[in-house]
Design a protein around this ligand. Structure first.
Ligand SMILES: [Zn+2]
Length: 91
């Protein structure tokens, strides 16, 4: 069976770097989502008039970054771990 991560990504510097960057981006999106929800929750606990008009867009931003992070994690799996297609052989 072809295992792209074991056969190529692990030993390819370019792919390892790209994988690290994508994982960092995915992590960043999760942190962003949590931070946005945190801001909205905090503004609910101690209402900040300045933040009130932004609570809906902030929650939307949190949902969007969660959705994007999920898509990204699927993309990372498909690109770097998929067990069928061998990037090393295609190259
Ligand atoms: Zn590579």
């Amino acid at each position: 069976m072809l295992d792209r991560y074991q056969q190529h990504v692990k030993i390819c510097k370019g792919c390892r770097t790209a994988l690290g960057n994508f994982k960092a981006l995915e992590f960043g999106l999760h942190v962003l989502a949590v931070a946005l929800v945190g801001v909205v929750a905090a503004s609910g606990a101690a209402p900040l008039p300045k933040l009130q008009p932004f609570s809906v867009p902030l929650v939307c931003g949190a949902v969007l970054s969660t959705v994007f992070a999920r898509w990204l994690s699927h993309f990372i799996y498909k690109t770097f771990y998929f067990h069928d297609y061998n990037h090393a052989a295609v190259k």
